[in-house]
Design a protein around this ligand. Sequence first.
Ligand SMILES: Cc1ncc(COP(=O)(O)O)c(C=O)c1O
Length: 436
Amino acid sequence: MAKVAVHKVPKGKLAIDGGPKAVTVEIPRSYFGLSEISDEEKRNVLDVLDRQMLFRWQDAKRSYVARFEREFASLLGVKYAVAVSSGTASLITGLRALGIGPGDEVIVPAYTFIASASAVILVGAVPVIAEIDDTLTMDPKDVERKITPNTKAIMPVHMRGIPCQMDEIMRIARKHKLFIIEDCAQCNGGSYKGKRVGSIGDVGCFSFQVSKTITTGEGGMVVTNDPMIYIRAALAHDSGITFWWKLSQEVPQELKRVTPFAGDGYRMSELAGAVGLAQLKKLDKIVATLRKRKREILEDIAGAPGIKPMRVPDPDGECAYSVNFLFETVEQAQAFSKALAAEGVPVHTIHTEGFPDRHIYRYWEYVLGKVPVTKNFDPWRDPRYGGNVSYSPDMCPQTMSILTRTVAIPLSQKMKRIHTQQISRAILKVAYALFS
Ligand SMILES: Cc1ncc(COP(=O)(O)O)c(C=O)c1O
């Protein structure tokens, strides 16, 4: 808990009312890993192109994808990693590795990118939507309420760099004998009570799309400590992997325990692997800088009237993509956000009525409408499905209430102390003017 600071509150009219802006320097806005691309990524990519080795199994011994997998696993402290072509592919691969399919339900949070739910549908299972709480991540109490005899797994999504309440979620999973598939797309580099996200549940899934902590343009990773889950994930991500293993004399021991089954086409290219390997070295620095900047702001503004920083299950482990505040009312959130924007701070409310944000369950039309993928591929009407999940745009009032009352100030690793000082000044100016 940050101690209450003695505030030096900027005097004068709010900028929204015609006064001078509290922010007098330009606040850096950037992507995370994408904005850190430098010589190392370029060198690796040129090496791939010069050697004309764009496919991992052309030169398995020197494969960038294989090195990326090994170093990713080592950083997370897990035994196995399988690189794939996207975050969605990582979730589908992770679900297949767990044996999830028709007849099964998987609990997903009401606030996550639609891909979390579509991955469940694409393996033939049914997503069940649970509320989030004041952490912006799934509410363990609602998760437990949503368990049915058909539930096979829970998918905690570490949203906006915030680690989920994994102690509670793991306890529920153990009690009900359910799998945990962590969606870490928005929390690469995060941890919970000293353990990297992705290494806590049965399987962890990552995305390296451009907006993520580190990027390969498109890409993903599946991680696990379980040899059977690993081998199933490897088989699930590449229809021909047993052939490539044999050709490269790299057949894993674990293969003896599984009969190969049809896999998908989710291999990562060497170009992506080359970028990923270079980006990985920057991951912890990006996250450490974001955490530092967030802490500076929280310490500067601690105890300011009317504003409440959002609860983070493990502040030492968050990726700190943004500083988030939860207001008592929608009107307060809107007023604060508008006044702060006028002061020159990049800021936004998380949900604005009418904007069809695909991160909010209400706008998942093909999920709420139970739209079959094809005529005969229909998880909800599959004869093996014995449940009867129901959806409606108003089914998660707690989630909608929290999202409409949340205001986020996005952070950048390019920010310096001068920028957080100016953001803090603006926050204090607005908070004292509106709420004291
Ligand atoms: C929480 C979450 N899950 C899954 C995904 C899907 O990742 P990708 O876009 O790489 O398929 C994303 C990406 O935006 C995401 O934010």
